[in-house]
Design a protein around this ligand. Sequence first.
Ligand code: CA
Length: 291
Amino acid sequence: MATHLTAELFLDTRATLAESPVWDAAAGRLLWVDIPAGLVHAHVPGGQPRTWPVGTDVGVVRPARDGGLVLGIRGGFARLDEDTGAVTLAAPVDGPPDLRFNDGEVSPDGRFFAGTMSDDQREGAGSLHRLDPDGTVTTVLPGVTVSNGLSWSPDGRTVHYADSPTRRVDAFDYDAGSGTLSGRRTVVTIEPDAGVPDGLCVDDDGGLWVAVNGSGAVRRYAPDGALDVVVELPVAQATSCCFGGPARDLLYISTAREHLDADALDAEPLAGGLFVARVGRTGPPAVPFAG
Ligand code: CA
């Protein structure tokens, strides 16, 4: 029997599609994006929030080791200079014009993995790509429809991945020497009426936290695959989650406002907000991109 917890509103951001929350431990801040608004946001507890316009859809933000931020945007991998706000397309990724980057994550060895999707979610139009610290881009998984959450196990040897319409979270063996994935197998399947797996993260005990978009919940699956915690939200479109805060004991959850009509917005006035829950676990800080 799963434990049920309730998330509280953290920031009433009313984002169209808030995504890719990440705790940037070096700077002591929470980063996230609003994808169609083309905005990167930073929340510093007790400090001034910051927002950087990207000028196009931005699917994911992660800190980089040499300062600044790395992004997945429409067109490829990009860098954001925090001081000037300049966005530079660092590594274009070929594809149809309606292809954009969606979610991503930095591997324990500092490579930036991020995937794409087409605006109309055409089956197999997207791919999962890897940006290495030397600037090289490699397609690691073609034929993806909606490339979404990615997260590594505490030992770095397993990566979890959701291509949302499959309703599955799959695991791969990860080889840090070469950055390659192998041995794909399914570890979680979301039941048909519950929504789809979106963003996800792994806690320090190896539990897998999956934002289930459509069910208004984030679920924890124990390392043995059992569903053991459900964190409930007052909005249906949960998009991603991460551990953060100075003690990394807060589960931050992003949500979306898109696709809701006036009646739905009346029912879910907090849609698009960021939520937080204390779940009795901690998670690793973000690994900075090593490039
Ligand atoms: Ca997502």
